[in-house]
Design a protein around this ligand. Structure first.
Ligand code: DC
Length: 225
């Protein structure tokens, strides 16, 4: 395919955005970037280094010490996030991070830091990026914008299944509270709140399996290429 495009996938927490983004990127030979992983890695750094993120000067100083990069892991055939040279792809998925990440992602300085890097990663196009503000703020001129949604009960169930594998003590209630809290904070913050871009196409996957949602998305891509 000659014309490489930018594909943005935004939506609520645990809608399967990253699954779709990863599959699309694989099919198209594009790069997949998980923008949420950047906010999670920053949150991990803040927690580990006891950064008081209510203090702007502490945040600014801390951001100067954070280096984030994505490296492709041939073994698992996916890109993984590195924080100052350390692979943190798996630790950032912990509930401890999920509980704080929306607060950290609401900080203006944190967003400018992450958005600048995201835009750089998209300079060459041929990228699928998922998140909350990718179609609205990061790539407002992206050729294809998808906004994903699904019933909360379905989202809770999916995320719960993922969590119990790692942590058998986690309850359905905890997962539900976390998703609802993040959706609320993400869509009510001042800077780049979670919104559907006016030109985004809604994909509700409540009743779709992974193959079906991929097919819909691939059809949307083919209409453009
Ligand atoms: O996609 P995720 O659940 O890994 O994202 C973690 C958090 O990061 C999410 O609750 C909100 C924030 N986020 C954001 O504010 N903007 C993005 N582009 C991606 C994620």
């Amino acid at each position: 395919m000659a014309n490489k495009i930018i594909i943005t996938i935004d939506g609520w927490s645990s809608c399967g955005k990253s699954t779709l983004a990863r599959q699309l990127a694989g099919k198209l030979g594009y790069t997949y970037i998980d923008s949420g992983a950047m906010y999670r890695a920053i949150t991990l750094y803040f927690l580990r280094n006891h950064v008081d993120w209510t203090d702007n000067s502490e945040v600014d100083a801390a951001l100067k010490n954070i280096g984030i990069e994505f490296r492709f892991n041939e073994k698992v055939q996916q890109s993984e996030i590195y924080l100052n040279g350390e692979n943190v792809e798996y630790v950032i998925r912990d509930l401890v991070i999920a509980e704080k990440v929306s607060d950290v992602a609401a900080i203006a300085a944190v967003r400018s830091f992450a958005v600048a890097q995201q835009q750089k990663l998209g300079e060459q196009k041929g990228i699928v990026m998922d998140g909350r503000d990718i179609g609205t703020t990061v790539f407002p001129h992206a050729e294809l914008k998808i906004f994903m949604t699904a019933d909360i009960a379905v989202r809770v169930e999916r995320r719960f299944k993922e969590f119990v594998e790692k942590n058998p003590n986690v309850t359905l209630e905890e997962v539900k509270n976390n998703l609802e809290m993040r959706d609320y904070i993400d869509s009510h913050r001042e800077v780049s709140p979670l919104r559907k871009a006016s030109d985004a196409i809604v994909l509700d996957n409540t009743n779709l399996n992974m193959e079906e949602q991929l097919e819909i998305a691939l059809n949307l891509v083919n209409e453009l290429l």
